[in-house]
Design a protein around this ligand. Structure first.
Ligand SMILES: NC(=O)c1ccc[n+]([C@@H]2O[C@H](COP(=O)([O-])OP(=O)(O)OC[C@H]3O[C@@H](n4cnc5c(N)ncnc54)[C@H](OP(=O)(O)O)[C@@H]3O)[C@@H](O)[C@H]2O)c1
Length: 304
């Protein structure tokens, strides 16, 4: 049985990985409190003592806009720490499973990005994640790098779906960017895919893969899908109108790729079936979140 150490266990993907990985190995789940990835000695000492056979890194500096002001911190967590994990994995003979991002691409493609396509990050965050990937490829033979995109889930500090539900409960009109497209991806599906791949590491499954849900959407499409399903489920919403806007109408410090659809054929061949469609997974997540949030309340208290 694999001895798995999970880093970033309290993040939105990490929380889902805690459940999914517990079924495929002996799991030690670590949050930042347990192991800070900006502390080189802590990383090395901990891993040498724990002697895992698989290290799963779901920890990252994910504040995309703040990274423009904090490039050193983004670099420390997203590029230097993965290098240290890679060195530790290599010396222990362990496998390193690491998450990366669609933001390594510039978004100028017009068909889904292949794993082998050229990278050109547009942001400090994207650059730091790309450097992390490159460090791992250089330092650890047994690596699995999974690039994903547009992740949301019930847990963690926040994401687009939770933000829309919050704003939709407060306002009657929302403006949402319609000229960036990608694939919304449920953290639970991603975590399950990783758990399904771990037993295959010993059979030589290594390298770089793309995993997102299936299908394509703009942020505007996603907002409409969220409100349609959330209204059907009975979420307390005020929103009546969602107005499509352009990226230029909503400037942010970090530039995002306009087109960030990832081709998932390579991982589909390894998993045996394609990832679920984003709309199906979104509906499931909204149902779960509704249960988590409102199950104890009566329908009347929600309408007030
Ligand atoms: N979210 C997306 O849309 C998206 C898209 C593409 C790729 N990804 C990638 O997917 C992975 C998981 O992302 P996520 O969405 O689950 O992000 P998340 O919710 O922000 O989780 C990241 C976790 O990393 C932890 N962390 C940050 N700095 C750390 C440090 N110095 N030491 C230890 N832990 C630290 C955070 O802890 P604190 O809570 O204490 O800060 C947090 O629990 C990341 O590699 C990310 O780059 C995410």
């Amino acid at each position: 049985m694999s001895q798995i150490v999970l880093l970033g266990a309290e993040g939105q993907v990490g929380k889902e990985l805690q459940q999914a990985l517990a079924l495929v190995g002996h799991l030690t789940a670590l949050s930042r409190r347990d192991l800070d990835l900006s502390d080189q000695d802590q990383i090395q000492n901990y891993l040498a003592a724990a002697h895992p056979t698989v290290i799963v890194n779901a920890a990252a500096y994910t504040a995309v806009d703040r990274a423009e002001q904090e490039p050193d911190l983004a670099d420390q967590v997203n590029a230097i720490a993965p290098a240290l994990l890679a060195q530790a994995a290599q010396s222990l003979g362990a496998a390193l499973v690491h998450l990366s991002t669609d933001y390594v691409f510039d978004g100028e493609n017009s068909s889904p990005y292949l794993e082998s396509d050229s990278t050109r990050p547009l942001s400090v965050y994207g650059q730091s994640k790309l450097q992390g990937e490159e460090n791992i490829r250089q330092l650890c033979d047994r690596h699995l790098i999974i690039r994903t995109a547009w992740v949301y889930g019930a847990y963690g500090k926040g994401n687009f779906v939770k933000t829309m539900l919050r704003l939709g409960a407060e306002r009657t009109e929302l403006r949402v960017v319609a000229d960036q497209v990608g694939t919304p991806t449920w953290a639970r599906d991603l975590a399950q895919a990783i758990a399904d791949l771990i037993p295959k590491l010993d059979a030589g499954l290594l390298g770089t893969y793309h995993y997102t849900n299936s299908g394509v959407a703009s942020w505007y499409d996603l907002a409409i899908a969220i409100f349609t399903e959330a209204k059907r489920l009975g979420y307390p919403l005020q929103v009546e109108r969602v107005v499509p806007i352009t990226t230029a109408d909503y400037p942010l410090p970090a530039q995002r790729p306009a087109y960030s659809v990832l081709n998932t054929h390579k991982i589909t061949a390894r998993l045996g079936s394609p990832p679920p469609h984003w709309q199906q997974s979104l509906n499931q997540m909204l149902q779960d979140l509704y249960q988590l949030t409102y199950a104890h309340e009566s329908p009347d208290s929600l309408r007030r």
